[in-house]
Design a protein around this ligand. Structure first.
Ligand SMILES: [Zn+2]
Length: 83
């Protein structure tokens, strides 16, 4: 029983980690906004070694040349970076 609870908590994932609002995938070079996470983001499919957390989108873009995720960021910010 206890072991099952722990396994569930572990697969749920982020509870014990410090959660930053923005999550960059260094493999696909996409950055996500967790506050607006959509099913299409597939954040749960990002491999542990591929995810990086950032407090702000600016921090993320300073670290890597991420593209905005279509689902959570694309609609709003696409216009600002294409100018
Ligand atoms: Zn996303």
């Amino acid at each position: 029983m206890d072991a099952d609870d722990r396994a569930a908590a572990r697969s749920a994932g982020r509870a014990s980690l410090p959660v930053k609002r923005f999550l960059g995938n260094v493999h696909t070079l996409e950055v996500h906004d967790r506050y607006r996470e959509r099913p299409g983001c597939r954040l749960s499919e990002i491999a542990p070694g591929h995810g990086r957390g950032y407090d702000t989108l600016r921090d993320a873009l300073a670290d890597r040349s991420y593209g905005n995720c279509y689902w959570c960021l694309g609609g709003e910010l696409r216009g600002t970076s294409s100018r």
